[in-house]
Design a protein around this ligand. Structure first.
Ligand SMILES: [Zn+2]
Length: 60
């Protein structure tokens, strides 16, 4: 993992949008209802740009 270039840790996880594992994963939606597994939706950088997704932590 190359974390030295950006200074930020690379978060490796599951992307809900392309259904695969990737680096730089951000949480997009959190389902507070808890209606089963997969209550958290995360997306990688390419999918965030492709689908115009705003990370959960960066919303007002
Ligand atoms: Zn993705």
């Amino acid at each position: 993992m190359d974390t030295a270039s950006s200074g930020e840790p690379v978060v490796y996880g599951y992307c809900t949008w392309h259904c695969g594992y990737s680096a730089d994963i951000r949480v997009i939606n959190v389902d507070e209802q808890g209606s089963g597994p997969g209550g958290v939706q995360s997306a990688c950088l390419p999918c965030r740009e492709k689908y115009d997704l705003i990370p959960y932590s960066e919303r007002p």
